[in-house]
Design a protein around this ligand. Structure first.
Ligand code: ASP
Length: 346
């Protein structure tokens, strides 16, 4: 008989780790080192669970590059000792942090499952228990002694997604996330069903894990809206040391055709700023050059973000901008799938 898998639970903060003090009615942080004792259901899972917690749990609105590095360092330090990892963060920026982590880990061979909840774990109607228990079960899932998953995922309300395909869509519903451009990797009902054909299969079994901790944050999201003023676009593109822009355009990647707007973008690109075209639509893809309103973007060297989410585009910019790539290599790498974040169409 093989040994039960070892799972490391990393609590960074967020609603999930709270309990109600019924005397005062206030929500307070839960001591995660006691989690297995406090949630007896966890003892029924066929795995060993160890948990560690950030010294000071944070709301995910306070997440930044420093915390991304803290998370990957915890994974790196424990990578050989554990078979799977469950990372608990606040849901508000979970798609951003999990997308970033997906780029920071190359040649991953083990599952990393991000989860959280809309209601605290100590609330009577909580969604936290199901999210936590199923995430641990997924992280512990093995076939022929090997993990079923070898990628960074996000589990919420019965669905497992590739993390860098997700977006938070609701501050109210338990179904808080969606992945419009890539189907769920697994669905939890009476059975836990993996959609095996959608799951990433590591190519070279012998490649070691590579951890990249250098991230750039001289970047900005520029969301277009009808009537946006030239001065606004100009002042954003003239931010000192700006390196990358996620340009949120309309529909399939369309933007105003006015000469003055295109010239601003062109000047920024000439200065070395990388501009990525991402659609404002929840689903679908940028098709640069499809409409007249995106032909000029193609010509001046705007990068085609295809069907990437804004969250993943930010993470990919953070990751690639520190690599000293040539203009052509940067565009080539951004437009191709590195961690399954983009659909490559011929
Ligand atoms: N504000 C919380 C956070 O993102 C919400 C949550 O945990 O879902 O940290």
């Amino acid at each position: 008989m093989t040994n039960p898998p070892n799972i490391l639970l990393i609590y960074t903060g967020g609603t999930i780790g709270m309990v109600k003090d019924y005397k005062t009615n206030a929500l307070k942080a839960f001591d995660f080192s006691q989690i297995v004792d406090n949630i007896p259901e966890l003892q029924q899972l066929n795995c060993h669970i160890k948990s560690i917690s950030f010294k000071e749990p944070i709301d995910s609105s306070n997440m930044n590059i420093k915390y991304y590095v803290d998370i990957v360092e915890l994974i790196e330090k424990n990578y050989t000792k554990f078979d799977g990892f469950v990372i608990l963060t606040g849901s508000d920026t979970m798609s951003y942090v999990s997308s970033a982590v997906s780029f920071m880990l190359k040649n991953l061979k083990k599952p990393i499952i991000f989860t959280g909840s809309q209601l605290p774990i100590g609330d009577l109607r909580t969604d936290a228990k199901e999210n936590l228990i199923t995430s641990i079960q997924i992280a512990a899932s093995q076939e022929d002694g090997k993990p079923v998953l070898a990628e960074v995922c996000l589990y919420f309300e019965y669905k497992l997604y590739r993390a860098n395909r997700t977006t938070k869509i609701s501050a109210e519903q338990f179904e808080a996330f969606t992945s419009m451009n890539y189907p769920p990797l697994a669905e939890s009902g009476v059975h836990l069903n993996f959609n095996k054909h959608l799951i990433h299969q590591p190519k070279n079994k012998h490649d070691e894990l590579i951890v990249r901790k250098q991230l750039a944050n001289d970047i900005v999201i520029l969301k277009l809206f009808p009537g946006i003023r030239k001065e606004v676009v100009q002042s954003i593109l003239e931010i000192p040391n700006l390196k990358g822009v996620v340009l949120e355009t309309y529909g399939s990647g369309n933007a105003p055709t006015s000469k003055s707007f295109i010239k601003l973008l062109e000047d920024a690109i000439d200065k070395g700023i990388k501009i990525v075209n991402v659609t404002q639509c929840a689903g679908g893809s940028v098709i640069q050059g499809h409409y007249e309103t995106s032909v000029a973007l193609n010509k001046i060297g705007v990068i085609n973000g295809k069907d990437i989410t804004t969250e993943a585009a930010i993470a990919k910019l953070m990751h690639l901008l520190n690599k000293n790539l040539t203009v052509l290599d940067f565009k080539f790498l951004f437009e191709k799938s590195m961690r399954g974040e983009i659909t490559e169409v011929e």
